[in-house]
Structure formats: C-alpha cells, structure tokens
Ligand binder design. Sequence first.
Ligand code: ATP
Ligand code: LTN
Length: 340
Amino acid sequence: MDNIKENVPAKQPKVLSLIQPTAMPTLGNYLGALKNWASMADDYDCLFGVADLHAITVRHDPASLRRQTMEMFALLLSLDLKPDKNIVFIQSHVPAHAELSWILNCYTQFGEASRMTQFKEKSQKHADNVNVGLFTYPTLMAADILLYQTNYVPIGADQKQHLEITRDIAERFNGIYGNVFTVPEPFIGKSGARIMSLQEPNNKMSKTDPNPKASISMLDTPDMIIKKFKSAVTDSEACVKYAEGKDGINNLMAIYSCCTGLDYAAIEQQFEGKGYGDFKLAVAQAVIEHLRPVQEKFNSIIKDKSYLAQCAQNGAQRASYAAHKTLEKVMKKVGFFQIR
Ligand code: ATP
Ligand code: LTN
C-alpha cells in the first residue's frame, strides 16, 4: 500500500497566468514574466494562456489580433513550459471564462471596479472608446483565475490590484455560498527583473512603445539587437558600475545579469578598465545567445500550422474540462435550473 502511495505523484499547487496578444513580447516581458513561467513549469500544476478576450477591450484590427494571437501561442510553445504536463491554451477557446465572468460581474460592486487604476489610466489613454469591457476587465481576469482553483498567479506589480479584487470577489462569493473558490495569492518576481527602456531608462521597457529603439522584441535579429544596444542611452562616466543616477548602465547590468547569471560585483570586475562600447556589445551578445533557442523553436513552430492547431485544440479541451468542474458548481450554487 505504502509503495503505491509513493508512486503516485504528489499533487502540485496550481499556477495560472495569461498574457495579452497586443504585440510581440519584449525582452522586458521575457525576463520579467515569461522566464518565471518557465521556471515554475516543473514544480507546479500550471495553466498558461493567451488573453485574447482581454485584448479587445481596446480598439484593434481583427487581422492583427488573429496573427498576434497565433504568434503569442507559438511563442508560449517555444518556451520550456512543458505543454504535455501543463496546459497552454487560448482564452477565447474556453467559453467558461466568459460565462463565469458574467456571474462574477453580478458579485462585483460598481464602486470597487471604478477604483481600478488600470481602468482609470486606460480610459484616459483611449478616451474615445471607454467601453464596458474595459470596465469589467478585472472580473474576466478573476474568472480566468478562479475557474481553475488557482493557488498562485505570477504577475507584474502593475496587476497586483487586479489580484486583490479577485481575492475580494472570491471571498465574497465563498461567504455567501460556502467554499467554492480557492483564494489565490500573487506571485511577483524579483524587482531586479524590471527591465527599463533603452532610450529612457527611467521608464519601463514596454511592448507598445512607439520608439522601436527603446525595446528589444523577442524576435529581433542579432543585427537589430546589436544596433539597439549600441544606441542605448548611458552616461558620460565610462565606468561599468551599479550606482544611483546611472539608470542606463544599471539597466544594462540588470539585463546582463539576468542573461548570464553573474551578480553585479562580478560584472563590475569583468569590465573594469573597459569602456561602454565593449560592455554594450557584451550585453547584446548575451541577449542574442539567451533568445537564440526560443527564436529557433518559434521559427519552426510558426511555420507548422497543423501542429499549432493541434496544440490549441489540446489546450482548449484540457482547460475546458478543468474549468467545467468549477463552473458547474457555481451555476448550481447560484440556483440555475439544471437539466441533468
Ligand atoms: P503594454 O506595452 O501594452 O503596456 P507591457 O509590455 O507593459 O504591455 P503587459 O502585457 O502589460 O506588458 O505585461 C505582461 C507581463 O510582463 C506582466 O506580468 C508584466 O508585469 C511584465 N512586464 C511588462 N513589462 C516589463 C518590464 N519592462 N520588465 C519586467 N517585466 C515586465
Ligand atoms: N491582465 C494581465 C493579463 C491577464 C492575466 C490573467 C494575468 C489576463 N488574465 C489572469 C494573470 C492571470 C496583464 O495585462 N498582464
């Protein structure tokens, strides 16, 4: 009996995170978020997905959304996310997300949704299209998370408020109907992995920055990467040292550290007496090597449309199965008439 127990794999805590297919991710998204996903793939029972339903909360071009969703999905398959063990899927392929989000809307107060800073920022940025979907963005995100009884949600600091409202909604629902939802915890990576713009190093590197020199896309070629690092903004000290006021160099050191595993003292030692030109080239080379395996895998996967379709279907089926257990329980609790 004991032997049988030993052979049964222990149940792993559940992890879920999604990314919007609004543009090809940057080196910032990779080092700050996607690389963390890959590092959790072995030790947790993970679901990773493309948040295409969230992407239509701002005006978009349908053809671009279709292409970007496929590219984002192919990119997720190119990371070491263990898709045989974990679930990699596209949000709109699992109708339970939209169904649960409607129910959660009815357990979310107008006032609490109005306090979301992302809603306030995006309503200002897209003043001509302040749609109701933008307002209920957090309840869809809560549905993503709560459907799978998620324990941990890897997110950037900007999404913390959305996780807090998710916890509030879950606790409120549980308070009325008993233990229906697991109350999730945020999993925020090291702040060291906040990568800044190469042109304005006190702003974060962002995939929608209109200046192409400011960010490294995950699919940039080696030549583009070298060019962008050569033109990265630094300072006039010509000394590779991590210090206050040296935002440009600090950022390059953070990137180099993430890609090589070296700490700042080791980097300072390696570049002692050398100029910024040498350092920038070394950072560019480290990034090129770091992205190379992901790019190679992406380039072969994106060409294989039938493999992509097969993976998307597999992800959708497995996610739907997992989501349904919670959705059915919720529907029963709120009193919907059940046929069976
Ligand atoms: P946008 O340009 O549309 O604001 P973004 O590049 O900021 O997008 P998001 O889609 O908002 O990226 O975020 C995806 C994930 O990447 C989040 O977990 C976020 O915290 C993380 N992330 C985004 N930018 C950075 C960055 N510069 N450094 C580290 N992590 C980042
Ligand atoms: N809002 C997130 C993307 C997102 C997400 C989620 C993250 C949608 N659903 C569920 C974690 C869990 C963003 O813009 N980064």
